[in-house]
Design a protein around this ligand. Structure first.
Ligand SMILES: *Cc1c(COP(=O)(O)O)cnc(C)c1O
Length: 394
């Protein structure tokens, strides 16, 4: 590697640092939970996607351990060669039942599922219309397809209709609208009723990525389409958040779509099968999640309590009811300083800034879960008040 190239890389890193955008990873030495140890200190964790508190659940650990004993450790194969066990098909069927679709197909992650989805289903005669705030993996997945691309301003239904008309006027054969069910930086739900109505009016399909909803939004946690009582034609999601928090993604939909993806989706054909422990724990997670109305009630109670506490303290939040509760600080340096001070005060949160949110919209994204106690939340609120005053935010 040439010195010129390495100098170029070092200069890029220095520029990231000058802008206050360097991310530093804290090393946790305990299992993921509401309280974790970092560098020998116990801190309250308000930034995991562990919405239902299942990431260290004994039933999931037991299922994973048992599967390692009776199904082994790794698959050493992609699915179609010799990487499909009974467990993989059981989880695909179980996910489909839970989500109310014909079938589903597993991937190593939802990032892969979204990367896999568009290219085999849509060609140059087709069009994808994508919300501007969609997850990076949807954006990348759309880039990998040859379909014509249209983008609408976040949740702007007028703009969506404009783009639908443009796609139709451009002669598109098939049109697909792609949206996050919940926008992960803001905690806003997509306006799925209006989107579905527009999709029907313009003969478009609807794809929803429900990573920040499956397991806890809607009846039995079946996600944002269930919450709004509308149908999504294709759903993608993750096992890496509410459904246990380990790893794995999926696409769920009608049988011919899943069948074609199994033949053509590149991250499925050219990447290893999920290990049995993860798959078995995914099945155990669904058993818990389907019956977890108590956990969902506690999650939304906790979120409401936290939101009210921060609002009373004088912080600027984005509105909503989702357990993603962003505290707006606008400036990246300020978000970094606030997160650092909160850590000193025993609260683990992360500053979010460019490129994961637009410049000038830096924030601390707090995430509430069902396992947090009122004592945890009160302690964290006291820390936010102290840090907010010290940093001149309150
Ligand atoms: C987390 C997330 C993903 C990626 O999921 P992984 O399974 O971690 O790859 C994709 N889409 C959205 C909206 C997400 O929030």
């Amino acid at each position: 590697m040439s010195d010129a190239f390495l100098d170029h890389v070092r200069e890029t890193l220095a520029a990231i640092d000058r802008d206050g955008l360097t991310k530093h990873e804290r090393q946790i030495t305990t299992p993921q939970s509401t309280r974790v140890r970092v560098g020998g200190r116990e801190v309250i964790n308000l930034c995991a996607n562990n919405y239902l508190g299942l990431a260290n659940h004994p039933a999931l650990i037991a299922a994973a351990t048992a599967a390692m004993h009776d199904h082994g450790y790794g698959m050493a194969s992609v699915r179609f060669i010799c990487g499909t066990q009974d467990l993989h098909r059981a989880l695909e069927t179980r996910l489909a039942q839970y989500l109310g679709t014909d079938d589903s197909i597993l991937f190593a992650a939802c990032f892969d599922a979204n990367g896999a989805l568009f290219e085999p289903l849509l060609g140059p005669e087709d069009a994808v219309i994508s919300d501007a705030l969609n997850h990076a993996s949807i954006i990348d997945g759309i880039r990998l397809s040859k379909a014509r691309r249209f983008r609408y301003a976040n949740s702007d239904m007028g703009d969506l209709e404009t783009q639908l008309k443009a796609a139709r006027q451009g002669g598109a054969r098939h049109v697909m609208i792609a949206t996050d069910g919940v926008f992960s930086m803001d905690g806003y739900l997509a306006k799925l009723r209006a989107i579905r109505a527009l999709a029907d009016r313009h003969d478009a399909m609807l794809m929803v990525d429900d990573c920040h909803a499956t397991g806890f939004v809607g009846p039995q946690g079946r996600g944002t389409p269930a919450h709004y009582g509308v149908r999504a034609d294709i759903l993608t999601g993750t096992l890496g958040k509410a459904l246990g928090g380990a790893l794995g993604g999926y696409i769920a939909g009608q049988q011919p779509v899943i069948d074609l993806l199994r033949q053509r989706a590149r991250p499925y054909l050219f990447s290893n099968a999920l290990p049995p422990a993860i798959v078995a724990a995914g099945l155990a997670a669904l058993d818990i999640v389907e019956a977890a109305d108590d956990l969902r009630a506690r999650l939304f109670d906790n979120a409401a309590y936290w939101r009210a506490g921060l609002t009373d303290a004088g912080f600027t939040l984005l509105p909503g009811a989702h357990p993603i509760i962003p505290v707006m600080l606008h400036d990246a340096h300020r978000a970094q300083a606030m997160a650092a001070r909160l850590f000193d005060l025993g609260v683990h949160v992360a500053g979010f800034f460019f490129p994961v949110v637009p410049k000038g919209q830096a924030r601390i994204r707090t995430q509430i879960n069902a396992a947090l106690t009122r004592a945890d939340l009160d302690q964290a609120l006291a820390a936010f008040r102290t840090a907010g005053k010290e940093q001149g935010i309150l």
